[in-house]
Ligand binder design. Structure first.
Ligand SMILES: Cc1cc2nc3c(=O)[nH]c(=O)nc-3n(C[C@H](O)[C@H](O)[C@H](O)COP(=O)(O)OP(=O)(O)OC[C@H]3O[C@@H](n4cnc5c(N)ncnc54)[C@H](O)[C@@H]3O)c2cc1C
Length: 469
């Protein structure tokens, strides 16, 4: 049915009643803002919800959930709208848009931030960095802080200060039956555990409270691109660095092109390269000295490494992943950085259908997993490999297939699991992503799901089904 038909079938009085009930705004298919609120970061996704509730607070979220349940509408939750699978929006259903809940309150003495789910990472850093503080976030400024944290939150200070979930202390949560509750390790502990990594399967989070750490505002920045001919030397140096790096140092290696962003010489744009990108979350000069041997692995095409504002590293992530391009992300975890892995990634990127299709190796370790117990299942894995296809042409199938096949070959080489923020959910794909993302934690998650969302109302995510009786 056309979404306007769905609204019509509900009736003017019913929909008007919801509009009158909420403090926020209702956006319907004939509304001026409709295209803006149904839009998401991944240009592959184009969905037409019947009703979007722009929630002003937790009470609105509760009303929206109640309305969707009462009228049998599918429900999705939209925070930063950056989940590549487009889980934020649903055809013909009801979207709870958390965008307007965007406060960032910082107590610099207590080193705590209370953050609304409508914030992007950059919004949070803009406030906390004024005090030289930061919570662990994702590595790109544009992604939502809520979705990122609820999937784990793997960022530039993970090895020194842990993941986003490691710094979470308290959440305000609207449950699937519309109750507003507090979740901490002590209060509603099972809910807290499940939300930390479980990606919103058991409740809608309307406030996140984080511990903050001293970071920057200037950090040691690594940003160097090398020619593919030097790939073996760069990989060798990266492998040694990753094995011995101090916790302050987080570096990733990308098999990617030289991007067309400021600071990259135009004549190199689009050239196949290996990139080393990193952050030293300590004394910046000490950081530059720590990165020096890695940078000297080979003659770079371009090396912009220097002390930089911490927020600028995230700005770089935003520039590399602009809104509206088409994307397919997938991920696996690997124990060892073997020569076979390196050769596979060189082969796969050489075989890629477009220059923006790449693969990154993200070392973990250090303080990852140092916080309260959570549903993150892979905290003890030393490395994540992220397949990132990106394209602007209409030939999506070739890129989707390339990403799927690259993931398949990584698994054939021993890669396992999946990061819940980077799973390859595509229409018609029936793989068991929840098992890959949650591993041995899935059974406990299903039990908690049965308790908090037995009717599976919150199912537009890496879906965890309620345990059966
Ligand atoms: C450019 C880019 C860079 C990224 N970099 C990183 C990175 O460095 N580290 C990392 O860990 N991840 C990273 N990710 C993955 C990112 O964590 C996920 O895509 C995440 O879901 C984005 O959050 P969002 O709020 O923008 O998403 P949305 O699309 O708004 O939400 C995704 C889903 O998360 C759930 N959800 C979101 N907010 C809530 C809430 N408040 N309550 C309940 N459920 C909720 C819902 O199921 C929702 O549908 C990146 C993604 C992109 C696109």
């Amino acid at each position: 049915m056309h979404p306007l038909g769905t609204v019509g079938a509900l009736g003017e009085e019913t929909v008007g009643g919801l509009a009158a009930d909420v403090d926020g705004e209702l956006v319907l298919p004939d509304g001026e803002d409709y295209d803006a609120v149904r839009d998401v970061w991944n240009g592959l996704i184009n969905r037409y919800p019947a009703i979007v509730v722009r929630a002003a607070g937790s009470e609105d979220v509760a009303r929206a959930i109640g309305f969707a349940r009462e009228h049998g509408l599918e429900l999705s939750v939209r925070a930063g709208a950056h989940e590549q699978s487009g889980s934020a929006v649903v055809d013909n259903g009801l979207v709870v848009d958390l965008g307007p809940i965007d406060h960032v309150d910082v107590d610099p003495d207590a080193r705590v931030a209370r953050v609304g789910p409508g914030n992007a990472t950059a919004d949070v850093l803009a406030v906390t960095q004024e005090h030289g503080l930061a919570p662990p976030t994702g590595s790109a400024g544009n992604a939502g802080v809520a979705g990122t944290t609820l999937h784990g939150g793997i960022g530039w200070i993970r090895r020194k200060h842990g993941l986003g979930v490691d710094a979470l202390r308290r959440m305000e949560v609207v449950t699937a039956d519309g109750e507003v509750v507090t979740a901490t390790p002590e209060e509603n502990g099972e809910l807290f555990w499940a939300l930390g990594g479980g990606g919103g399967n058991v409740g809608v989070v309307t406030e996140l409270e984080f511990d903050l750490y001293e970071v920057g505002p200037i950090v040691g920045g690594l940003s160097a691109f090398y020619p593919r001919e030097a790939a073996d030397d760069v990989f060798g140096a990266f492998r040694s660095f990753a094995a011995d790096a101090p916790p302050e140092a987080t570096a990733i290696m990308n098999y990617a092109e030289v991007p067309a962003v400021p600071g990259m010489p135009p004549e190199l744009h689009g050239e196949a390269a290996l990139a080393l990108i990193g952050c030293y979350a300590g004394d910046p000069e000490e950081g530059m000295a720590t990165f020096a041997p890695l940078r000297e692995a080979a003659e770079p095409l371009v090396d912009n490494s220097e002390p930089v504002p911490y927020a600028m590293l995230h700005e770089m992530g935003t520039m590399l992943h602009p809104w509206g391009r088409k994307y397919a992300h997938r991920s696996v975890f690997v124990d060892d950085l073997t020569d076979e892995l390196h050769e596979l990634l060189l082969e796969r990127t050489a075989a890629a259908p477009g220059p923006m299709d790449g693969v990154g190796i993200w070392p973990l370790g250090g303080a990852v997993g140092s916080g309260p117990d959570s549903a993150v299942a892979w905290g003890d894995k030393p490395h994540m490999v992220v397949v990132e296809a990106a394209w602007e042409s209409h030939d999506s199938l070739a890129h989707l297939e390339w990403a799927r096949e690259t993931e398949r070959q990584l698994r054939a080489l021993g890669g396992e699991g999946a990061y819940a923020g980077y799973v390859g959910v595509e229409e018609g794909e029936d793989e068991d992503w929840a098992r890959k993302a949650y591993g041995d934690n899935l059974d406990r998650l299903r039990e908690i799901k049965r308790r908090y969302d037995p009717d599976d109302v919150l199912s537009h995510n890496v879906a965890v089904e309620p345990a059966e009786d």
